[in-house]
Ligand binder design. Structure first.
Ligand code: PSU
Ligand code: MN
Length: 314
């Protein structure tokens, strides 16, 4: 049951549920799919993907998982489509710049934060929940490796809820680039910017926010200013649920060494680091990872509801 609602109709399919919610301006939360294809190990990934959707739905918002299937952009997947994507042996990892060629060639793949934010905002979705966004890699001064997630966040009007930025990246440099790109950065409930598995990265931001309604007001103010880019909402884990910091530090150092030895390039690097850490924590990092995304789905749904209320009043 699908309906096309795009100017490139044969290339973008918005599911009926998502299309109706957008028409009626009821809450919608976009979800990415690289986390399914490359961020989490099989077979946890498919259960996780279904669970993220349920978590959004339980908070009275419509989940819209976005992916490319056989050259068609799907905004809102049926459970069977999610299962097929999660079970694929060698799915593609599609960032924004990969979409044109993947569409032209009829390919299938998971969409990164960059690609998902682009597609969601083009479809009219304002809130997007993920795990952690990409950012500036630690050796970027020589490799120029900076995720396209940052540039897209600087140019698409979308509010992305994430657990901050993983410590596999240079968090300080990532925050600097977000400033250069005029991305508004908010932290929920504190001014300490989180580091995904860890509740506190050691970096502080200017703007803690404490309610979803406040975030919706920030979105409205950004719209009124015509700010070209988006808003990053970092949602820290409660300290009691974070990964053991000593284990984290040891594995991170090992993962970075292993990546150096493997001489990886480009888009392989992030999945390699994540996989290394998942493999070497006896999967406790996977459990923490899932908890982070579920928390972001809940907050994303709450923001989407607050945003619908603002739109109704507008
Ligand atoms: N960071 C994470 N988990 C992830 C990713 C990043 O903590 O799953 C995925 C997201 O889809 C993100 C992408 O958009 O990796 C970034 O990849 P790169 O660093 O190659 O831009
Ligand atoms: Mn990169």
């Amino acid at each position: 049951m699908i309906a096309s609602v795009s100017s490139v109709q044969h290339r973008v399919v918005v599911s009926e549920t998502v299309a109706r919610a957008l028409r009626e301006r009821t809450p919608v939360v976009a979800l990415e799919s690289t986390i399914i294809t490359h961020g989490l190990p099989q077979p946890e990934n498919v259960q996780a993907a279904l669970q993220f959707e349920r978590t959004v739905a339980e908070r009275d918002a419509v989940p819209a998982t976005i992916a490319l299937l056989d050259g068609i952009v799907h905004v809102g997947l049926e459970p069977e489509q999610l299962e097929q994507l999660a079970a694929r042996e060698t799915p593609l990892k599609l960032s924004a710049r990969d979409l044109p060629v993947a569409i032209a060639q009829g390919a299938t793949g998971g969409t990164t934060v960059a690609a998902t934010a682009l597609l969601a905002s083009r479809a009219g979705i304002r809130v997007f929940a993920t795990g952690g966004i990409g950012g500036v890699h630690r050796n970027a001064a020589t490799t120029f490796d900076e995720s396209a997630d940052l540039g897209i966040l600087g140019s698409c009007r979308i509010t992305v809820v994430s657990g901050g930025v993983k410590s596999i990246l240079d968090i300080g440099a990532t925050l600097e680039r977000l400033e250069s790109l005029s991305v508004t950065v908010l932290v929920f409930g504190t001014n300490r910017f989180p580091a995904f598995w860890l509740s506190d990265s050691g970096y502080q931001v200017d703007s803690p926010v404490t309610t979803p309604e406040e975030i919706a007001q920030v979105m409205q103010a950004a719209d009124q200013l015509g700010l070209p880019g988006g808003i990053l909402v970092a949602n820290p884990l409660p300290e009691g649920t974070q990964l053991d910091p000593a284990l984290h530090d040891r594995l991170l150092a090992e993962a970075l060494d292993a990546a150096g030895e493997a001489s990886l390039r480009g888009k392989e690097i992030t999945p390699f680091l994540l996989d290394y850490i998942h493999q070497h924590t006896g999967r406790s990092s996977v459990a923490v990872n899932l908890e982070i995304v579920r928390g972001n789905c809940r907050l994303g749904a709450d923001i989407a509801r607050a945003w619908s209320a603002v739109e109704d009043g507008a």
